[in-house]
Design a protein around this ligand. Structure first.
Ligand code: AMP
Ligand code: ZN
Length: 111
């Protein structure tokens, strides 16, 4: 998808994607909402989490999220995993991504 910012970032060898395997990529959020805030996304362009029905790929996304959370030192304190689905949830980039937020006490309910 040429006009998708996340497709461009994760498929450009010179890009800032900090992790990449055959199925999954990781980006540091450009506007972090917590001391640690990164995004885990499928390399395949799928617009929303509701449309992502490949269970193996879903599992990989969570697996990478937990692994990088451990590597970045937020596993013990706890972290939040968020998929924003559609406009009311505030989804702004229509390439599925799992937000991983940690490193501070997060409030609930979310805004
Ligand atoms: P969402 O609102 O759930 O669609 O989240 C989109 C996220 O992507 C936001 O947290 C943005 O800060 C983040 N974002 C937008 N553009 C970029 C970019 N070029 N690199 C990294 N993160 C981005
Ligand atoms: Zn895309």
């Amino acid at each position: 998808m040429a006009d998708c910012i996340f497709c461009r970032l994760i498929n450009d060898p010179g890009s800032i994607a900090v992790y990449r395997d055959d199925d999954v990529a990781l980006l540091d959020d450009i506007n972090p909402q917590a001391p640690v805030h990164f995004l885990v996304l499928p390399r395949q362009h799928v617009e929303t989490i509701a449309e992502l029905d490949d269970h193996q790929l879903l599992g990989r996304i969570f697996q990478v999220a937990h692994r990088i959370a451990r590597e970045r030192g937020i596993a013990e304190g706890g972290y939040r995993l968020v998929f924003n689905q559609g406009p009311n949830a505030g989804q702004t980039v229509y390439h599925v991504h799992l937000h991983v937020l940690g490193g501070r006490q997060l409030t609930w309910p979310p805004g």
